[in-house]
Design a protein around this ligand. Sequence first.
Ligand SMILES: *[C@@H]1O[C@H](CO)[C@@H](O)[C@H](O)[C@H]1NC(C)=O
Ligand SMILES: *[C@@H]1O[C@H](CO)[C@@H](O)[C@H](O)[C@H]1NC(C)=O
Ligand SMILES: *[C@@H]1O[C@H](CO)[C@@H](O)[C@H](O)[C@H]1NC(C)=O
Ligand SMILES: *[C@@H]1O[C@H](CO)[C@@H](O)[C@H](O)[C@H]1NC(C)=O
Length: 166
Amino acid sequence: MKFSAVLACAGLLTGSAQAWTCLSQADANNIAAQSTIFLQHLNVTEANATAQALFADGIVEYGDSINSLRGAPLGTQVENGKATYINDTLSTPPIPTINTLAVVAGCNQMVWQWEFLGIGTGANRVRGMTLITVDSGSKIVEQYVEFNSLAWGADIGFNITATAIP
Ligand SMILES: *[C@@H]1O[C@H](CO)[C@@H](O)[C@H](O)[C@H]1NC(C)=O
Ligand SMILES: *[C@@H]1O[C@H](CO)[C@@H](O)[C@H](O)[C@H]1NC(C)=O
Ligand SMILES: *[C@@H]1O[C@H](CO)[C@@H](O)[C@H](O)[C@H]1NC(C)=O
Ligand SMILES: *[C@@H]1O[C@H](CO)[C@@H](O)[C@H](O)[C@H]1NC(C)=O
């Protein structure tokens, strides 16, 4: 019998103090759904409340697609900390449509494949994936996001011309 089970039998632990187990598929689907509400932020109040519950205080984000869009050196950390991340995201225009294409549940990690429609001119779909890591309270502590930043850039006015590939 595990130590936590002994305590539970003795009535010393409340139900919420059970040991954390790996993300289930349903847990991962729920995280993707909550992330959609936050990133879409059609209603900022709702998006903020959702984000407050979804992210750990020390959340960090990485990913060179965003660095390329921002003109930042590759490898630059993209987000650092819950309050700034939430504020930065909620300060940008809403994303009209976010479709979930796949959710793969690991243990303390999951992959969410997604499609954003309606960025800028909305001419292009933007597809990408986020590798999400959670802590022992199932709060998101790290995101590694990569997506088609050429499509995103074209939709927000970058002048992109294809060239012959040698
Ligand atoms: C936005 O969400 C909040 C919190 O859920 C809700 O009270 C409010 O009515 C919503 N606003 C609109 C315009 O739907
Ligand atoms: C989100 O909620 C937090 C905590 O209630 C608040 O401090 C912050 O100003 C809110 N941000 C936005 C953009 O509404
Ligand atoms: C929230 O983000 C906006 C836009 O980036 C910025 O102007 C503002 O200073 C930020 N506020 C806080 C409290 O970080
Ligand atoms: C984008 O590139 C095209 C083709 O070179 C050019 O005609 C157009 O003026 C450019 N637009 C901007 C905003 O620089």
